[in-house]
Design a protein around this ligand. Sequence first.
Ligand SMILES: [Fe+2]
Length: 308
Amino acid sequence: MNAAKTHGMAAVIERGAITVTPVRPDFIARVTGLDLRRPLSAAAIDAIEAAIATFAVLIFPGQPVCVDEQVAFGRRFGPLDTGLQTKLLSKVQTRLGNDAVSDISNVAVDGGIADRHHKQAMMNVGNQFWHTDSSYEHHPFRYSILAAQTVVGRGGETEFADLRAAYDTLDDATRDLIADRTGVFFSHNTRQWLGIDDSPADLTAYPPVRWPLVRTHPVSRRRVLWVDSKVREISGMSVPEGRALAHELIEHIGQREHVHAHRWTPGDVVMWDNRSVLHRGRRFDLTERREMRRVSTVDDSASLGTAD
Ligand SMILES: [Fe+2]
């Protein structure tokens, strides 16, 4: 049964047992009425895909999934990425034992909190910059699904910024300026800026790719401003001019009216559409344990090709 009723200022959508409650209209919603630890019906998966096409970020509270349950849930939305783990992250450490799962934590393989100079801790500092997961890949990620195990007392929120609203609110001159331009997205752009000492093999694991700066979402048909911290060059501009413009556009995307901060509770699962939002983790005390797990599906859209 599908039904909609008013709940405060926002419509609550009920599809069978699933309730989708808007937190921010057309941007963020809470999804309840499901147990993600169990296999879901095809109707439930369809309802989630319909909801994420509108909202872009879905919060599933109270879902303490284990690794296998999270992987099984993710697989319902398409093939999962294993390349990031096998090409890069496994060189830092392998703690969770599944190439489809990224270890978004400051926990070392011995189970203790990693020292702040440990690459596991330093690498995750890069998550504090606005990005989509794997915008630097020829086939980027479609959905990311992040599950919280251990959260910190202060900070550590994940913020989401709406790329559709960002495009909609660009002034006409800037829209004209970027309309036919492309950006070069490089996997280690922020890591190099942060001074992380990556090996030549790491730096060439993902050849930089070129994307249009304006894309159309294939389901919602909304236009998105496709820029993140991985952009190191913009077509038709000098390198400094392109980087300055990318920085300006990211500032526009990150304006507070486009942003929602999710404060984590253990057991939260948050699923987002990388084609519609940027995200970033917020700073926290690295001597506190923060433990999250992520699985991501691979999108079938493709970049314009390698840039070098
Ligand atoms: Fe991320």
